[in-house]
Design a protein around this ligand. Structure first.
Ligand SMILES: [Fe+2]
Ligand SMILES: [Fe+2]
Length: 367
């Protein structure tokens, strides 16, 4: 069977992003991608545009790595010995890093393609590297949250479903989503293009409820350097096996991709973040459940914030994407910790953006 849409010219454009595939795997990927394009065409999409969007994933990830890597970060001093660095890379989820004298704890682990960029950034910040990471807590199995796990010194802590999902190779695993082919091709594309470093070992969460926080069962607890994280099981509206983490003393709620602060995302991040909606119709495997889960999580966050306020503290929502925020009087997410831009680019951001926009426009016209 030969491909109708995924022509030799398209294959040439994306081959550089298939670094871990052998020839047979590449061939299979092109055939699967062709079937996915066909399905999207039957849903009314333009095949050329679909192929451009698929290629854009690689262009964006590679175009914002190395000398073009940048981070918008918030440095939150929790105590004399513990600092939380919440960092937004150009594409994908935030990496939340706790720096303590006993080593580091990470919540979510970015894209694999940026591993060396993060190392350079940590060194530039005087934070050393990843060699003293003691815990890696991953909220869910999307490549932008588990991408570096295979390169870190300890196995990632995940829900057992996340392990199975990563081994299965499709985001639709353990869901009732009927977009099997699209989800499979999208997952393969992002995981491979972003150089997901699969872990060889995992640290699996417990699964039996120990208590409840609103509608969310507390299924486990992680203790490290005076921090105590409750592990909450999500309903799986975004992805099966998704976890939330809550540190009650510091007032930190890690909401993963259930709550994002869209208002703080740059236009590039918003554009890149809209790709799943185009290729798999929604980034949530169950849209309705995702909406319900978000509403319940927000309701719970408001209640927790009210409790913390009585002690003179605030609840910070550490979102899967976007800046760490508090809930303001109007119920909106609002920043209280300044966001600082770090870049390795040799030009100013403004100039870089102009050059990037022109180059994207030219590439788009040539395709
Ligand atoms: Fe994400
Ligand atoms: Fe996600």
């Amino acid at each position: 069977m030969s491909a109708k849409y995924v022509t030799g010219s398209f294959q040439k454009k994306v081959t550089p992003y298939l670094t871990t595939f052998n020839d047979a795997e590449k061939k299979q990927f092109y055939l699967d991608a062709d079937a996915a394009v066909q399905e999207l065409v039957s849903m009314g999409k333009d095949p050329k545009q679909v192929l451009w969007v698929m290629q854009s994933i690689g262009l964006y990830l590679y175009g914002n790595s190395g000398k073009n890597f940048y981070v918008d970060y918030q440095k939150i001093i929790l105590s004399d010995t513990c600092v939380l660095w919440s960092m937004q890379p150009p594409g994908g989820g935030c990496v939340h890093l706790f720096q303590t004298p006993g080593g580091k704890l990470l919540i979510d682990a970015g894209y694999g393609v940026n591993f060396f960029d993060w190392q350079k950034m940590l060194s530039a910040f005087g934070l050393g590297n990843f060699s003293d990471v003691k815990h890696v807590l991953c909220t869910h199995g999307d490549a932008d949250h588990v991408g570096m796990t295979g390169l870190l010194p300890v196995p990632p802590f995940v829900h057992p479903i996340t392990k199975e999902l990563l081994e299965n190779g499709s985001r639709s695993f353990a869901s009732t989503n009927n977009l099997l082919l699209l989800e499979h091709v999208y997952t393969t594309t992002v995981n491979t293009f972003s150089q997901l470093a699969y872990p060889t070992e995992y640290r699996l969460s417990k699964t039996e409820p120990l208590g409840m926080r609103g509608i969310f069962p507390i299924i486990d607890e992680i203790n490290f350097a005076g921090l105590r994280f409750e592990v909450w099981q999500s309903l799986g509206g975004h992805l099966a096996g998704q976890l939330f983490f809550y540190e009650p003393e510091a007032g930190l709620l890690f909401t993963s991709d259930a709550i994002l602060n869209f208002a703080t995302l740059t236009s590039w991040r918003l554009t890149y973040g809209s790709i799943p909606d185009y290729l798999i119709t929604s980034v949530n495997i169950n849209r309705e459940l995702g909406r319900y889960e978000r509403a319940e999580l927000m309701k719970l966050a408001v209640e927790l914030d009210a409790e913390l306020r009585k002690k003179g503290k605030r609840l910070r929502l550490c979102c899967g994407h976007g800046a760490v925020s508090v809930i303001d009087e109007k119920g909106n997410l609002s920043i209280i910790d300044p966001v600082v831009h770090y870049s390795r680019r040799k030009y100013t951001e403004g100039l870089h953006n102009i050059v990037a926009k022109i180059s994207w426009f030219v590439r788009r016209r040539l395709i």
